[in-house]
Design a protein around this ligand. Structure first.
Ligand code: 8YV
Length: 311
């Protein structure tokens, strides 16, 4: 296969990653295609990030497109049905980010339960001199429900076992694991003090966590979302947080990132992080390497290393 040197890049990368991409490919952006439409015929690959949408109309304008390679495990913003129709392979970067997302999940959960951001502000404000910081909530001994027992869900479960919790999970199938499978999501929420959302985004899981599930989780329950904002009915979540239907939430993903609903900013029972799941030097370097290796492998052998099932 001829190695097409021109790629369409959607989204930005850290400078050290961009340097590696620029060393191997001629990157054009969406603005370049607008300015010089003839470039579209040269583009053999799209390089993107999993939190960026790959518009269908852009894919339709690229007659030589062979592969869409995303830096990330999620592919919910890639038009997979159109790619399959056009014979365009989609490749993601699974596994290399499992540990980073699991660490962010557990770090956020502990920070939420022990109210670490509030404690830090309390000390900085000099409030410690006047009183003791209010008692918080332990993780040990709690019932934790994991929604989505995929590769990242399993990494989270393995780590959580060392914290002395009771684990159960919900997903499409009973994987016959050491942890209890609960086919009914509302029942899992009812039986859990902590509900961790780590399922894939996309139409199939839209608003999986709705008012009914939040009510089942209850006033002593905490929600953690390190997957996609689309998995949660955000209007229901905001109401539940404002009305005490649930005790609190740690959220790394939202509707309409990065312009999230300002109602979150007024809440003291929520931990907000800016989609940091895979955001470590080591992990993003490994993801970028796998993204580039997918493109190289495709053009050299006609196979991507980590292709996504056709849409
Ligand atoms: C971010 C992610 O998308 O892997 C995913 O699906 O959501 C994260 O890794 C990151 O922006 C990927 O570049």
């Amino acid at each position: 296969r001829v190695m097409r040197k021109t790629v369409l890049q959607i989204g930005g990368f850290a400078p050290e990653i961009q340097a590696r991409i620029d060393a191997e490919f001629r990157c054009v952006g969406l603005a370049d295609l607008e300015r010089e439409p003839g470039l579209a015929t040269e583009v053999g690959a799209i390089l993107t990030r999993s939190n960026q949408e790959v518009p269908e109309d852009v894919v339709r304008r690229l007659p030589a497109l062979e592969i869409i390679a995303t830096c990330g495990v999620g592919y919910d913003l890639i038009p997979r049905a159109l790619a399959a129709e056009r014979g365009i392979v989609v490749a993601n970067t699974p596994d290399v980010l499992n540990a980073a997302v699991a660490e962010l999940c557990i770090g956020s959960l502990l920070a939420l339960l022990r109210r670490l951001p509030q404690a830090d502000r309390y000390v900085r404000a000099g409030a410690w001199k006047n009183a003791n910081f209010a008692l918080a909530t332990s993780l040990a001994g709690k019932h934790v429900g994991i929604v989505g027992m995929g590769r990242i869900g399993k990494e989270i479960a393995r780590r959580l076992e060392t914290f002395g919790v009771a684990l159960a999970y919900h997903g499409r199938t009973d994987q016959q694991l050491a942890w209890r499978y609960e086919p009914d999501l509302a029942a899992l929420a009812r039986d859990s003090e902590i509900l961790i959302v780590v399922a894939p985004g996309g139409a199939d899981t839209q608003h999986l966590i709705d008012a009914r599930v939040l009510h089942a989780l209850g006033p002593n329950g905490y929600l953690v979302n390190v997957a996609r904002g689309t998995l949660v009915d955000e209007a229901a979540l905001l109401a539940a947080l404002e009305q005490g239907t649930i005790a609190g939430a740690a959220l790394d993903v939202f509707d309409n990132e990065p312009d999230i609903d300002p109602r979150f900013f007024k809440l003291d029972n929520v931990l907000l992080t800016p989609h940091l799941g895979s955001a470590t030097h080591e992990t993003r370097a490994a993801m970028a390497q796998l993204m580039l290796d997918n493109v190289r492998s495709w053009f050299r052998s006609g196979r991507a290393l980590t292709p996504v099932e056709p849409g």
